[in-house]
Design a protein around this ligand. Structure first.
Ligand SMILES: Cc1ncc(COP(=O)(O)O)c(C=O)c1O
Length: 462
């Protein structure tokens, strides 16, 4: 029974998969401030045109540039593991597999898109990238990619994570990135928030506003903004995970996957693993595909599918997505990367189509699962990843009750070696569960009640 399935360099997928080509209903466009669809040119101050072309592409397959692959080979193809010791501890008849994305230099799946984003920006003549980061994984990944490609990098890190995870900042600095706490005094968006809420823990929505502002106000015109999740081109770059997993499962003779699981903040590691399997599902395969979120930030399980801004200062276009409202500031839970008010439009639309079954899990159950995983499989996972592991354990227990030998696949999106503060609090019994209160949700949703409503009907029978 193979425990670790590897692919050679020459077996790496050479194209990314674009779910937009196969979704039953066409992707809804982003809208400008006037409520009309925005043109690619309108995004040009923010992103380079070669990435905008990917953002709006309807092509099913997009070639991965050779120079990008040459950097990805440093940790890809990533191994597929069989979690035999976890299976044994749970006494489940299910077979549990996971893709190990924790082996990248930055420790997560994020470099899979940081490298191509930096590469396409460089091709376009850009010299500097700005971005936001929640837990610090994305800021580290972009700093790493910029170092290898010779670009400058500036990262606005959500205040609460900046305080909880000081070593992430050192990682970014080691790669030459500049990291500052958000909200900051460097941008108008940051100053406005600080004037109203001086003690705010910050949020991804606020940090995005700051990073976009810093890019578009650079008078040299040589700075662009880079987003670590949510957008179509980010989902696209991450599909290398699921495409590799399909080859690895085939290599060991696994014919069918029953359940595919990933944690979802903006949606990218989940989409990366799941979208090639969503394609199988559209073509008739029976698979449960589960994105998992925290109960304190229940974007997919409780928030409406709406048009909303990706950031708090309303600088981004209106995106069709599940959203808790752009003003939403989630509880300071330790899974910083899952504290986002919205969800990728591609993931959101696949939910509306009935292709995905989202699930919310409270923080303490996630840490319990993370500790079980560390004590069986050995890897100390990121707090974000613990949501995927908690759902995997739920599914493995269900398979036991049903007496079914199901095949479960999840994405191990990152290690938690920089996130031990959360583990310390868990062991000290200081972690609590937060479920978002109805009244608080109603308050944050008030921000989007007058925005246009997306019209889409469920077309399939999944
Ligand atoms: C390890 C890890 N997993 C998951 C996420 C969530 O992001 P996404 O939903 O884009 O994969 C993050 C975000 O910071 C992360 O660091």
């Amino acid at each position: 029974m193979p425990i670790r399935v590897v692919l050679n360099e020459d077996e790496i997928p050479r194209q990314w998969y674009n779910l937009a080509a196969d979704l039953p209903s066409p992707m809804l466009p982003p809208l400008g401030p006037d409520g009309n669809p925005i043109s690619p040119e309108m995004l040009a101050p923010v992103f380079p045109m070669n990435l905008i072309e990917q953002e709006v592409s309807q092509e099913r397959w997009i070639d991965i540039p050779e120079e990008v692959l040459e950097i990805l080979y440093r940790w890809r193809p990533s191994p597929l593991h069989r979690a035999t010791l976890l299976e044994k501890a749970l006494g489940t008849p299910a077979k549990i597999y996971y893709k190990n994305e924790s082996l990248s230099p930055a420790g997560s799946h994020k470099p899979n898109t940081a490298v191509p984003q930096a590469w396409y920006n460089k091709q376009f003549g850009i010299k500097k990238l700005t971005t936001e980061t929640g837990a610090g994984q994305w800021g580290s990944a972009l700093s790493f990619a910029c170092a290898l490609l010779g670009l400058e990098c500036k990262v606005f890190m959500v205040r609460i994570s900046f305080d909880q995870k000081p070593f992430r900042k050192i990682m970014m600095e080691t790669w030459g990135g500049k990291c500052i706490a958000s909200p900051s005094n460097e941008t108008q968006a940051g100053r406005d928030i600080l004037a109203k809420f001086p003690d705010t823990p910050g949020s991804l929505g606020i940090a995005i506003s700051e990073a976009v502002e810093a890019a578009v106000t650079d008078p040299t015109g040589q700075t662009r903004y880079s987003l670590g999740s949510v957008l179509n081109h980010v989902m696209l770059h991450q599909t290398i995970i699921g495409l590799e997993a399909q080859k690895q499962l085939k290599k060991i003779g696994e014919k069918k996957v029953d359940v595919v699981i990933g944690c979802a903040g903006g949606g990218s590691n989940f989409a990366g693993l799941a979208f090639p399997f969503v394609s199988d599902k559209i073509n008739g395969a029976r698979i449960d595909i589960i994105p998992v979120e925290p109960t304190s930030c229940p974007t997919m399980t409780r928030a409406p599918f709406a048009y909303d801004h990706g950031d708090t200062a309303k600088m981004t276009p209106l995106l069709p997505m599940h959203s808790l409202g752009h003003d939403f500031v989630p509880e300071p839970i330790h899974a910083g990367g899952l504290r986002y008010h919205g969800m990728a439009p591609l993931v959101s639309q696949a939910i509306v189509e009935g292709l995905l079954t989202p699930r919310a899990i409270p923080q303490v159950e996630c840490y319990e699962a993370a500790v079980t995983f560390a004590r069986t499989e050995g890897i100390i996972i990121a707090p974000e990843t613990s949501h995927a592991v908690a759902a995997t354990i739920q599914e493995a227990k269900k398979a036991k009750e049903e007496g079914k030998e199901k095949v479960i696949l999840f994405n191990l999106s990152g290690h938690g070696l920089m996130d031990l503060g959360g583990y310390a609090k868990y062991f000290a019994g200081e972690l609590t569960n937060h479920a978002l209160h109805e009244d608080d949700m109603a308050k944050s949703l008030a921000a989007i009640k007058d925005l246009p409503k997306p019209a889409i009907n469920r077309t399939g029978k999944w």
